[in-house]
Design a protein around this ligand. Structure first.
Ligand SMILES: [Cu+2]
Length: 167
């Protein structure tokens, strides 16, 4: 697992370019995916060099667009795309992982790509409608510190999951 950092950093230029590059990276067959000996070739996008990339107990094992925790602390409102490019199509939350301060409102905004999506918190604290409509928004204000894991029910198995870290 420790090889992930450097490998993902190496892949950053290609993985971030397009869904096609991302998909190619995930097959493990194209250049760049086997430059190191790590057996973990899930093709995740690479993080910015200084971005933390915790494993979250494997929460993002199938999430190829996970590119580290985007630090949004100190912002009162943060937007996450629903149907962002990733996981073989418009099947991603973008960014997949964010860190916010208590009191922050997270706004999920539907891109219109990837079909029908929703936002479902595992522990039932928030749940959006199920829709494909571009421009739909759903928001939740996080008051308590903690890790909030959520999924898109139709595409969870494709890796369309996310996390909000409140600290
Ligand atoms: Cu979805």
């Amino acid at each position: 697992m420790t090889e992930r950092f450097s490998r993902r950093t190496f892949l950053r230029a290609t993985a971030g370019a397009s869904g096609i590059a991302l998909l190619a990276g995930c097959t493990g067959a194209s250049a760049g995916s086997d430059d190191e000996t790590g057996g973990d070739t899930d093709g995740s996008e690479s993080p910015a060099p200084d971005r933390e990339m915790p494993d979250f107990d494997g929460w993002f094992d199938r999430t190829r667009n996970y590119d580290g925790v985007h630090d949004k602390t100190g912002e009162s409102e943060v937007t996450v795309a629903v149907g962002a490019d990733g996981n073989g199509g418009g099947f991603a939350f973008g960014p997949a992982a964010i860190k916010v301060s208590p009191g922050t409102t997270v706004v999920w905004e539907w891109t219109g790509n990837g079909g029908t999506h929703n936002v479902l918190h595992r522990e039932g604290e928030f749940e959006s409608e199920l829709t494909a409509l571009e421009g739909t928004t759903f928001e939740h204000t996080f008051e308590e510190t903690g890790e909030y894991r959520y999924v898109c029910v139709p595409h969870e198995t494709l890796g369309m999951v996310g996390i909000v870290v409140v600290e």
